[in-house]
Design a protein around this ligand. Structure first.
Ligand code: ATP
Length: 235
């Protein structure tokens, strides 16, 4: 588990400024959801944390500035599951899982984690030798999450895990998050378009609008907010 803090973060792509003075806190062991319309800057926020987008301002992990290079951020215990899964399609399920543990030296613990993940996601054991590309969307999302967990992160960044999944499968993924948080000692920051589902699972929520934090609070507070209900929950 780790605490993530952003203080006055500005980030963008070349001259296109996307994030404007973003400050937010993701508490140790919490599940926080980052909500907002298309293009609000949710993905850019995760990419700034992972060292994939340059930023100004401060991004702190447990009070220490995160490095600006993705490898170094990963070594600090940050795992990023990007939109579109982040599995290597032509590799087998098992090879994908092993790739997630490449930075680790504790081989016995790696084997134990692999066993735990196969228990948690039986399909990954059943399809161990299959190419990742042949899995269903939901199975690929499970694999992407399992692969991230193989790195034993303390902070898991999940970018729109529901993208392209059927509603029931999306629900399965979200319902898992509190269990993963507890059993794998994680702090979770999850970007989601399906605000209704995300707010049911998350402890806290942050709403971005045009690259600025429009609202932040407990998931219950945000779910009860009239504007949010109208804009994102359709009632
Ligand atoms: P979505 O749900 O559509 O992914 P988002 O809230 O995650 O939205 P971002 O992906 O962070 O939003 O995009 C924010 C803005 O940055 C958008 O206007 C987008 O067009 C722009 N943008 C994103 N990636 C790039 C890039 N690589 N180069 C230039 N502009 C980009």
């Amino acid at each position: 588990m780790s605490t993530l803090e952003l203080h006055g973060v500005h980030a963008g792509y070349g001259k296109a400024q996307v994030l404007h003075d973003v400050s937010l806190r993701v508490g140790d062991g919490s599940i926080t959801t980052l909500l907002g319309a298309n293009g609000a800057g949710k993905t850019t926020t995760l990419r700034a944390v992972s060292g994939l987008v340059r930023f100004t301002g401060q991004i702190l992990l447990d009070g220490r500035q995160v490095p600006a290079a993705p490898d170094a951020v990963a070594r600090l215990g940050v795992a990023h599951v990007p939109q579109g899964r982040g599995t290597i399609g032509r590799l087998s399920v098992d090879d994908n899982l092993h790739a997630g543990a490449l930075l680790r030296r504790d081989r016995a613990q790696v084997r134990a984690d692999l066993r735990r993940l196969r228990e948690l996601f039986p399909v990954l054991a059943e399809r161990a030798r299959s190419q990742a590309a042949g899995l269903s969307g939901g199975e690929q999302q499970m694999l992407a999450i399992a692969r991230a967990l193989m790195g034993r992160p303390s902070l898991l960044l999940l970018d729109e895990p529901s993208l392209g999944l059927a509603p029931l499968v999306t629900k399965e993924v979200f319902v898992l998050l509190p269990r993963l948080r507890d059993e794998w000692a994680l702090t979770v920051l999850v970007v989601e378009q399906n605000a209704d589902l995300a707010l049911r699972v998350a402890d806290h929520a942050v709403v971005l609008e045009s690259g600025r934090v429009a609202l932040a609070g407990t998931a219950a507070e945000i779910a009860g907010h009239d504007e949010i209900r109208r804009a994102y929950l359709g009632n």
